[in-house]
Design a protein around this ligand. Structure first.
Ligand code: ZN
Length: 491
């Protein structure tokens, strides 16, 4: 049952233990200058090791041994010629459609399948790889990153364990994956420079890296700026970064035989032929404000116009104003009673009411509780969080709908919390159960002409041409030669 829940909260607590960070003074491996470091190398490695299981559990690993082997191989090769060759690097592809790549201190580098689908040659990938390795080798804001990872992965625990509810609910309403790891302008610039240096040393043409900024720029423009990938970051401007990387590349390529630098377009495209593109229905999907999970065979309504976010460990929903939050996750124990008791003990909530019931014939338990203000704070309805938690036993698992808001707003939201949980039911519609993901399909162009013509001859509907132009890193009017490869998507 891969795809929905695979992580206990154990890892999140492990992570919290790692924040005891000492400051020390040491030499920066990239600049060679002495500077204040928040972490020693062994602390960095420990942090990466501790964070990795949570990251993998939150997103899931993309199951494709060939692609995982490819990224590990290229990653390790490049790490060897970086400023910190002896770190225990790990390179992984996460099962997320979001276009993103990020690094965690200690040598952990992650690419999503979404970004792998958008690269059009190995040189673009290598440039981003060098950029991410650069964040690690130059020891960028290790501490700041860590706090942000915790803020994200510890979401549910954070909500219940602190009064910073508003902040978390707002994160949930914006889509938390996008907030992952933001760096300062200077750090992004330095990593761009290292991306050019490392990918050139590894034999790639880093001009292709520069061009990938255009792809990122187009993706964010298409989504109205709503899904700016971390790699792109809001500043400096992506098109400035493109120019900067181009001029750095020109310097690095001086005196080199540019035609001998690797791009590996065809081999890269053939490798990603069949890659899952966009949301994978088997991990659960929303259609007309209903969430369907074909593998676990259940469905329930999503409150209309709420924002939602699906991950392998939880599904969360929040209104745009961020004043409430419903999180679906798995409970502990074998019965609803056990799960409810474990919940009350773990989160130290004060139970106001609880009753046993059924939800569409399945054993269920509903608990209303409050989470008091933190120590030293006056308790009042503005800083007390009130929760309506539903535990439902279905096919050997306990599903927990945790609806929460400020006590002062509880009456306003309780009906939404209840209706969401009470309409949890078995999924039986074959059409919903057998939904297949779209995949990248690599096709050979039959006749020289515009990309638009080529897409039409591959039966791509016109409404998706602009999207596919971005995926191909081209304009629709660009000429594609007979026999060359392009990407289309189909089931
Ligand atoms: Zn970066």
């Amino acid at each position: 049952m891969k795809g929905f829940i695979s992580l206990s909260s154990k890892y999140l607590f492990l992570l919290l233990g790692v924040i005891g960070i000492l400051q020390s003074c040491s030499r920066n491996p990239v600049t060679g200058k002495k500077e204040l470091m928040f972490m020693s190398e062994s602390q960095e490695i420990a942090l990466g090791k501790e964070s990795d299981p949570s990251i993998v559990a939150s997103f899931g690993l993309y199951e494709n041994p060939e692609l995982q082997a490819f990224i590990a191989d290229r990653g390790n090769q490049m790490a060897k010629l970086s400023h910190r060759p002896s770190l225990p690097y790990e390179f992984k592809i996460l099962d997320s459609p979001v276009v993103n790549a990020f690094a965690v201190p200690g040598g952990y580098v992650y690419f999503t399948r979404g970004i792998m689908a958008h690269f059009n040659n190995e040189a673009e990938f290598a440039g981003v790889l060098g950029h991410e390795i650069g964040h690690i080798t130059a020891k960028h804001s290790a501490r700041q990153q860590t706090t942000q990872i915790l803020g994200q992965l510890g979401l549910i625990i954070g909500v219940i364990a602190s009064e910073d509810f508003r902040q978390y609910a707002e994160v949930a309403s914006q889509g938390l994956q996008l907030l992952f790891l933001k760096f300062s302008r200077d750090h992004e610039t330095e990593s761009d420079r290292l991306g050019v240096e490392y990918s050139t040393k590894a034999g790639y043409n880093s001009m292709r890296m520069a061009e990938f900024f255009e792809t990122l720029h187009r993706i964010s423009a298409k989504d109205g700026g709503g899904s700016i990938p971390t790699f792109l970051s809001t500043h400096p401007d992506p098109l400035n970064r493109e120019q900067n990387v181009k001029s750095l590349s020109a310097k690095w390529q001086q005196g080199k035989d540019v035609s001998a630098l690797k791009e590996n377009r065809d081999s890269y495209l053939r490798m990603i032929d069949g890659l899952v593109y966009g949301d994978d229905p088997k991990q659960g999907y929303v259609e007309n404000w209903v969430f369907y999970h074909p593998e676990l065979k259940f469905q329930f309504p999503v409150p209309r116009n709420w924002k939602y976010e699906n991950s392998p460990i939880q599904f969360q929903m929040a209104p745009a104003d961020g004043k409430a939050l419903i999180v679906l996750t798995l409970g502990q124990g074998n019965t609803v009673d056990e799960a409810a008791n474990a919940f009350v003990q773990q989160y130290k909530v004060q139970v106001k009411d609880s009753r046993r019931t059924t939800v569409n014939g399945y054993p269920a338990m509903m608990v209303i509780s409050t989470q008091a203000a933190q120590e030293g704070q006056q308790q009042n309805p503005q800083n007390t969080i009130q929760l309506a938690t539903w535990f439902i036993q279905y096919e050997g698992l306990i599903y927990v709908f945790n609806g929460m808001t400020y006590a002062a707003l509880f009456n306003q939201y309780q009906r939404t919390f209840d209706e969401t949980a009470m309409n949890f039911r078995k999924l039986t519609e074959p059409d919903k159960l057998n939904r297949l993901p779209e995949r990248i399909r690599v096709k050979q162009v039959k006749k020289t002409g515009s990309l638009s013509d080529a897409l039409l001859s591959c039966e791509v509907p016109a409404a998706r041409h602009e999207e596919l132009a971005i995926v191909n890193g081209m304009k629709l009017t660009d000429v594609v030669q007979q026999g060359s490869l392009i990407k289309v998507v189909s089931k």
